[in-house]
Design a binder for this molecule. Sequence first.
Ligand code: NAD
Length: 286
Amino acid sequence: MNIGFVGLGIMGSPMAANLLKAGHSVTGFDVSAERVEQLSGLGGKGVTGVVDAVAGADVVITMLPDSPQVEQVAPLVIEYGKPNLLYIDMSTIRPETSRWVAREAAAVGVRALDAPVSGGERGAIDGTLSIMVGGEAEAFEAAVPVFDALGRTVVHVGPAGAGQTVKAANQLVVGGIYGLVAEAIVLLEASGVDAVAGLDVLAGGLAGSRILELKRHTMVKREFTPGFRIDLHHKDMGIAVAAAREAGVSLPLTGQVAQLVAAARAQGHGSLDHSALLKVIERLNG
Ligand code: NAD
């Protein structure tokens, strides 16, 4: 397939690489010229604008930071896409923005899906992302060959916006686990217990999680190279809190995690990995 790809950052770049490996042709654009050049180096075609990435594409994927960027790019995709284009937005954004994109697309015969992902940079590189998809069943079926090149767990979770609601649930769980792993490290160290040994045991028991599996050693070493930036997790906690408000439910732990992530940002750690929540818990303790 001819795939247009907009947003070649930490996630988008390895995802585009996997689409190329699967035999698709990829035409990509990013506001960063360096990112576009990187795609050309991988065998894709780099272009200098959204419209050029969309021209002639069977499928367009966007992997942008947040809702405002999707609000800016999606109308161009919809206007310049060929008839019956399949437009898959894989960014993590507000469910209501995804519903708006789906409505605008449907009005001109473009099939739109919201398909945010989980699995981080590692999952993007390995092609093992979890992909949660909202939209029409027929569009989902058409997108399966694309998803197969990018992920391992791919689930159609409901109508437009549902993918983003599932992603909000994912992010509140991830944030909560990071916060609690950080508290476990602070407790172990303050008690004179070796944190690596302690977390190694936790990772093999009921408390085990993918976060403990992948991040416990870097957290104990205080290595916070992103990965997934605190700034983006702050955005996602805002989406989760707003989604809870819209659904009329109270999520008290989500509120606390959102405040911890906000504190990490306020303390100047916005561009560090989200495991840097540990810095906030440490600062609370002197
Ligand atoms: P990133 O900041 O590394 O990448 C975003 C890219 O979009 C950048 O290269 C930026 O230059 C580009 N961009 C911004 N505005 C643009 C525009 N108008 N036109 C073209 N390009 C534009 O972010 P990322 O970590 O790759 O995350 C992308 C999305 O995926 C976010 O919504 C994030 O929440 C989500 N996500 C990230 C991870 C992760 O571990 N990094 C995991 C799951 C989901």
